[in-house]
Design a binder for this molecule. Structure first.
Ligand code: GDP
Length: 193
């Protein structure tokens, strides 16, 4: 897809701030520092629209990016950062619940994992959380440039098996560095728009 317009509409801290124009939404979830901002920026061809957002201590928000006046990417707060307080973790939970449990314009979730590593316990919890809400999930296994070509299939298999990916969900190997997998990512997103 050619992105001609991409703008951040709101960084929402609560439901009443969500946009109400009824455009479809694709959420983006992932562990802190996994490469989520890099993925969004590569997909929409902006250097820095999605800030490197998930630094600990930063306000947790759901960022709504309106793309081509056609749909939203919603960047939800990252997870899995060890050094967050119990209070922050609870706030994260409330915010995620509020969004995922009630948002009827939400069509699918992109979950970013690191292709080099076995998905973590947090990744597994996130995937199960999304499936609890019966959301289609597109797993983007990023940092593909960091593994040898011959090892790709094995790493995908590891991700598939660890997360126990349901049959309708797919894994797209991706690199924000080289752009590999970008067309496949768009192809996976399109049916939900
Ligand atoms: P976020 O916290 O999930 O938004 O992560 P960022 O997008 O800020 O990425 C975290 C770090 O990983 C940064 O140093 C990025 O440059 C790096 N990174 C992200 N994606 C890739 C990738 O596909 N390949 C490589 N080699 N590095 C990446």
């Amino acid at each position: 897809m050619k992105v001609t317009e991409a703008e951040i509409v709101i960084s929402a801290v609560s439901k009443k701030q969500y946009p109400n124009d009824r455009l479809p939404e694709i959420a983006l979830a992932g562990r802190s520092n996994v490469g989520k901002s890099s993925f969004i920026n590569k997909l929409i061809q902006r250097k820095n629209l999605a800030r490197t957002s998930s630094k600990p201590g930063k306000t947790q928000t759901i960022n709504f990016y309106r793309i081509n006046n056609m749909f939203y990417f919603t960047d939800v707060p990252g997870y899995g950062y060890a050094k967050v307080s119990k209070k922050e973790r609870e706030k994260w939970g409330v915010m995620m619940e509020e969004y995922f449990a009630t948002r009827d314009t939400l069509k699918a979730c992109i979950m970013i994992t690191d292709i080099r590593h076995k998905p973590t316990e947090d990744d597994l919890l996130m995937y199960d959380f999304l499936k609890y809400y019966e959301l289609p999930v597109i797993v983007i296994a990023t940092k593909l440039d960091k593994i040898a070509k011959g090892k790709k299939a094995g790493h995908i298999k590891q991700t598939h098996e660890t997360l126990q990916i349901e049959s309708n969900d797919i894994i797209v190997p991706f690199s924000a560095e080289t752009g590999e997998g970008k067309n496949d990512a768009w192809r996976a997103i399109k049916p939900f728009l």
